[in-house]
Design a protein around this ligand. Structure first.
Ligand code: NAG
Ligand code: NAG
Ligand code: NAG
Length: 660
């Protein structure tokens, strides 16, 4: 009997449990989702914003009201938009954060420094219409999960480091009208069957993915040629691909070319040997210093010499000379300091590199001149075997004593920031001082981009920089400089040729940090005067480098970015930018000051004005009137943020229903 009872009670109990569970679960399902959205948001902030600069109050009853960048649906039950453009976010996106915001329709993390892979669980965001990740440091391949986002309309992944191929998976995104992939490291062919039928006329871009090659697939043949700049693609709007029978001809031709190259190389080697013999002969007759200056001048402005001739015997002073192009005289001199052999070593900062190299290797690397400045000449050096690529700066007129130099170099080497190339090593010899940095960007400095020098680095048919790109470059530079100031140092030589722009053209690196300190402040007085704070010019060489002087130089760069004019009163054809801008009455700024290429961008006029005012404030005559660099960074950030938001609004006109 007892058994029967339990048998009858059992199912009833289970049933009532199920009912009560359901009753409990149904009303809380929604609340639980909002709670999980909130947990996901907080986890994302922990990962990308450890400094808690996003003012999200975890005690707030809901993330829907006051969390900046967060938008919920009308009933406040789910998070549907997350927009955090230009918020200085850095770090990788863990899975279980963004991927848990399953009601999300729009996600924007544009112009941050988010690195690592796009998390695979974005595939959970079935409601997503717009994904904007432009201008970060994302790498790895585009995750497969992304191709299951059936509602996706706008996908902007431009200006990252994404690798891998262009997948056929995009074909599954039948609603996609915008696919922007320019400025990444995508490789291989775009598959023949690639066909995203809904793409808008200007809605596709794979420019500046140097590894892309093969034929443009038929479905993209109607896109403008500017969608494929800086790639190895052919056909479609571009030049026709080589026909297979033309290839044979080419091969035969290239055999002749090889013969030509061999003959040329032999001649070149003979020529080099003759020059060496000449140099040797002259050195025996003339004091070494004058001959080195002459040789350096010979090299200036010539095409890079990338011949590498193996050393024959260790102490022969000529053995290095033709390898590090333009560096022959000092190499010879280094070898001449035979007595100091022990100290003739590169000092690595922060540990030896994965693939170690020594001074010899460095001097034998193929090199080309990147720039010549007041403090010395910078080369791009590629070590034997291809990697790593380094920027080597040969310092001129170093006035800092050895011990101090070493201490300062160690300080600079300890700096770590996404917008500063790392100082990897240095060499301090009696005659020669070298700084070895990571090579960054594609060699295009802001100065080259704005004023068209060194056009060979910059694709001529590249579109002019729009205001938002310029503001992003300013932001990246401001972050680098603000960091230098935060760690208690100064840059001392901020100018547009010391700002290297990344391939996507909306990020930048500040180069040359530490150089002014390592050389000694005095020698920076001659050049770059257009960027030089007035208090330095009047007081001469003895003034220590001050942060406020950096702010002035940065302000000049801002004015240069906006006006497209090169600064500098002395000879170079430039103008005293701060004075000139002040001389134009404010009402005329739009018409007079702004570069013609951006003056028409009425949509962001307000942001352009704010930026200009910032440039004017930074270039105040009195140092104490200039803002601090942290403040400058924050203000540029807000300008970029607002400009980016406007760009997003206009680019999503087609899907305005999303946010309505
Ligand atoms: C995301 O969702 C998974 C599965 O529901 C859960 O285990 C994880 O804790 C969530 N992540 C966060 C940060 O709440
Ligand atoms: C692409 O797909 C659409 C429909 O899905 C089709 O009409 C069109 O012909 C295809 N284009 C090519 C070039 O295959
Ligand atoms: C593609 O991107 C490049 C680089 O930003 C730009 O120069 C080009 O005009 C773009 N093409 C189109 C069709 O938008």
């Amino acid at each position: 009997m007892a058994r029967q009872r339990t048998a009858t009670i059992g199912p009833r109990l289970v049933l009532s449990m199920v009912v009560s569970l359901l009753a409990a679960a149904l009303p809380t399902a929604v609340a639980q989702n909002l709670a999980s959205d909130r947990a996901a948001l907080l986890a994302l902030r922990d990962a990308l914003d450890p400094g808690r600069r996003l003012p999200w109050d975890p005690a707030a009853p809901t993330p829907c009201n006051n969390w900046r960048g967060v938008t919920c649906d009308a009933s406040g039950n789910r998070v549907v938009e997350l927009r955090l453009p230009a918020k200085s976010l850095r770090g990788t996106i863990p899975s279980g954060t963004v991927g848990n915001l399953t009601a999300l329709q729009k996600l924007s993390l544009r112009f941050n420094a988010v690195s690592g892979a796009i998390p695979a669980d974005v595939g959970n965001l079935a409601e997503l219409r717009g994904l904007f990740l432009r201008g970060n440091l994302l790498d790895g391949e585009i995750p497969e999960g992304l191709f299951s986002l059936a509602r996706l309309r706008r996908l902007d992944l431009a200006g990252n480091r994404l690798a891998g191929g262009v997948s056929l998976g995009f074909n599954r995104l039948t609603r996609l009208d915008t696919l922007l992939l320019e400025g990444n490291q995508l490789q291989g062919e775009i598959p023949e069957g690639f066909n995203v039928s809904g793409l808008a006329q200007n809605g596709f871009n794979v420019s500046f993915n140097a590894g892309l090659d093969g034929a443009v697939p038929a479905s993209l043949a109607g896109m403008p040629a500017t969608a494929f700049l800086g790639t190895g693609l052919c056909g479609g709007p571009l030049a026709a691909c080589a026909a297979p029978d033309g290839e044979k001809k080419k091969k035969r031709l290239s055999r002749w070319a090889i013969v030509g190259i061999i003959v040329g190389a032999v001649l070149l080697i003979l020529l080099v040997m003759a020059i060496l013999a000449l140099i040797r002969w002259r050195r025996r007759r003339a004091p070494p210093t004058s001959s080195s200056a002459a040789a350096a001048d010979v090299h200036s402005g010539t095409a890079p010499i990338t011949v590498t001739v193996a050393r024959t015997h260790r102490d022969a002073s000529v053995s290095h000379s033709h390898s590090f192009s333009g560096a022959s005289p000092p190499a010879a001199k280094i070898a001449g300091e035979g007595g100091e052999k022990q100290q003739q070593q590169l000092v690595f900062l922060g540990g030896a590199p994965d693939r170690p190299y020594d001074l010899d290797t460095l001097l034998r690397a193929s090199a080309e001149v990147l720039s010549k400045g007041a403090h010395g000449t910078t080369y791009r050096a590629t070590l034997d075997g291809g990697a790593p690529v380094l920027a080597v700066k040969r310092l001129r007129d170093v006035r800092v004593p050895e011990q101090e130099f070493r201490e300062r170099a160690a300080e600079v080497g300890a700096m770590r920031h996404d917008n500063l190339p790392r100082l990897r090593a240095y060499f301090y010899g009696r005659e020669e001082k070298l700084l070895v940095y990571d090579f960054v960007g594609n060699g295009a400095s802001l100065s080259a981009l704005l004023h068209g020098l060194f056009v060979s680095f910059v694709p001529r048919n590249g579109a002019p920089l729009d205001f938002t790109s310029r503001a992003c470059i300013a932001l990246a530079a401001a972050r680098g400089v603000a960091y230098i100031h935060r760690v208690g140092s100064t840059h001392g030589n901020i100018k547009s040729s010391n700002i290297v722009v990344t391939a996507g053209r909306d990020g930048a690196f500040v180069t040359g940090h530490g150089v002014a300190k390592l050389v000694g402040a005095a020698s920076s007085s001659r050049r770059g005067t257009g960027y030089r704070a007035p208090e330095l010019s009047s007081a001469g060489a003895s003034v220590p480098l001050r942060k406020s002087a950096d702010v002035y130089s940065f302000g000049v760069v801002v004015l240069e970015l906006l006006s497209g004019r090169a600064p500098g009163p002395d000879g170079g054809g430039g103008v005293d930018l701060p004075r000139w801008v002040r001389s134009v009455v404010q009402e005329e700024w739009t018409a007079e000051v702004f570069d013609a290429a951006i003056a028409g961008e009425a949509r962001v006029e307000d942001e352009m004005m704010r930026m200009l005012r910032l440039g004017v404030e930074c270039t105040e005559q009195r140092p104490d009137r200039r803002p601090a660099m942290d403040d400058v960074e924050a203000r540029v950030e807000r300008v970029v943020e607002d400009a980016a938001r406007k760009a997003e609004f206009s680019s999503t006109d087609g899907s305005r229903s999303v946010s309505a």
